[in-house]
Design a protein around this ligand. Structure first.
Ligand code: GLN
Length: 470
């Protein structure tokens, strides 16, 4: 019996290399867990029918000496990542029967490395949400406490790992969707620098904010998976050529704490207490902690909720009942559009399309969209200035602990506020990671660390130092 609960990528690789078990045995162990738990947890919306065929290919790679760190590793794909000839639906009815005609850049890269894609995971519809409650395919439960949400939008992704149905997962993060669910399930989640990982073949939400990233059990595994997808892709116009990326340099071992940003309403005192303890632990690990004043950071969330819906309204215009997926024919062409979109999209998606269309409409464009663009660049500058003095900036990952189903879904603004600490990294394009920081009454908490552009190495170094102390 493989001890999946404690199995890391590193350990599985060593085991498979030395022949303790084969990729097929490992894949079967995960399939067995999925069979037992998925009916309740609903992490996967589909288990791929070719899991064992992929494991066979991995086995051949071990046999012929071409295996790498990710070969034979069971991984889940979020339902917004295209895999050639398989369905990808963004957990929306409108794409329920859509079959991808090509593979995403990251899918091709990982296929080359010989991973075993287990299946596609449930998510908030088109990645809009923080609890996976907006999926057209039902809620995903938090494996740590099935009365609680797993976070979102990558709720299925984190639950696939937390229930041991995969060793790691890929999620996407537009305003926190990797980091927040990772914190809610005691996992590590990284949003890489904008442009570090290919977005080619990822169903877009907000194109200037979206990034794909790894979810894993510890920081080392997160780094291994990041290294496997951290590459230039000529098919993605925003992919940054490797030679243009900032190279690692020694750390100052100095971390900034934006104290005034932690004073907002709605931040659970338990979260603040845990954060203070995390600060003490980092000091004990030899880091100097300094207060940094970042007065613009609090505008990141309002800016996000202007820019993101604007980009959503434009990106989702393509689902018109003609080009992709579901179609409900009406009398005239316009009726086909209206019927298809009215019936195919869920409520939250329609809310954001309407909001975005309003924001971009003549007469309001300057007041909303253009103002938000200006504040976005001011936030970026403010962060870049702060990083001249400190290696990283830390906050809690989320203002609350994992919550019960239905607790926030009736009040969208309370749901939106969950991303208060997470949106700045997407707005500025810098990398950020969530690392488990302990628990309260059995529910997990996370520490959020932000670093300058292309300095994921800083996040891994601090993350590993911190992990040892929790
Ligand atoms: N919770 C945020 C939202 O609903 C973030 C979503 C995401 O990162 N995909 O927009």
């Amino acid at each position: 019996m493989i001890d999946l609960k404690n199995l890391t990528i590193e350990k599985a690789h060593a085991d498979m290399k030395s022949g303790v078990y084969t990729p097929t045995v490992l894949a079967n162990a995960c399939l067995e867990v999925i069979k037992q738990k998925n009916a309740e947890i609903n992490a996967y919306v589909e288990v791929y029918p070719d899991v064992l065929e992929q494991a066979k290919t991995a086995e051949e790679m071990f046999a012929n000496g071409t295996a790498t760190m990710m070969t034979g590793i069971p991984i889940s794909l979020k339902d917004n990542m295209l895999r050639d000839e398989y369905t990808a639906s963004a957990s929306s009815k409108i794409l329920e029967n859509y079959t991808a005609t090509y593979s995403a850049g990251i899918v091709s890269q990982l296929k080359g490395a010989g991973v075993v894609f287990m299946g596609r995971t449930n998510m908030d519809e088109f990645a809009m949400g923080s609890s996976t409650e907006t999926s057209a395919f039902g809620n995903t439960k938090n494996p740590l406490d099935t009365t609680c949400v797993p976070g979102g939008s990558s709720g299925g992704a984190v639950s696939s790992v937390a229930m041991d149905g995969a060793l790691c997962a890929l999620g996407s993060d537009t305003g926190g969707s990797i980091r927040q669910p990772a914190a809610f399930t005691n996992l590590v989640g990284l949003k890489p620098t904008y442009g570090a990982v290919s977005r080619y073949g990822i169903i877009s939400m907000g194109s200037s904010l979206d990034q794909v990233g790894p979810i894993a059990k510890n920081v080392s595994d997160c780094e291994i998976l990041f290294n496997a997808i951290n590459a230039y892709d000529k098919n993605d116009g925003t992919s940054v050529p490797v030679e243009n990326r900032i190279k690692p340099s020694p750390l100052k071992k100095k971390i900034g704490v934006p104290r005034e940003f932690l004073k907002g309403d709605g931040i659970d005192p338990v979260v603040l207490g845990n954060f203070d303890q995390a600060c003490e632990k980092l000091k004990n690990a030899g880091y100097e902690l300094v207060d940094v004043s970042l007065p613009l950071l609090k505008y990141s969330l309002p800016v996000y909720y202007i820019l993101m819906p604007a980009e959503v309204s434009s990106n989702l215009a393509r689902y018109d009942g003609i080009r992709y997926g579901e179609s409900h024919a009406g009398g005239k062409l316009f009726d086909t559009y209206a019927k298809t979109r009215g019936q195919g999209f869920g409520k939250e998606v329609r809310r954001r399309i309407i909001l975005g269309t309003y924001i971009l409409s003549h007469g309001y464009y300057d007041a909303y969209y253009n103002s938000a663009v200006k504040i976005r660049s001011a936030i970026k500058n403010e962060l870049q200035n702060a990083f001249k003095d400190v290696d990283a900036i830390i906050t809690p990952t989320t203002p609350t602990l994992p919550f019960k189903f239905g607790a926030k879904s009736k009040d969208p603004v309370s749901m939106y506020l969950l991303d208060i600490f997470l949106a700045p990294a997407n707005i500025a394009g810098v990398p950020a990671i969530s690392v488990p920081s302990g628990s309260s009454n059995g529910l997990p908490l996370g520490l959020h660390i932000m670093a300058p552009f292309h300095r994921e190495d800083i996040l891994f170094t601090i993350g590993k130092d911190f992990e040892k102390l929790v």
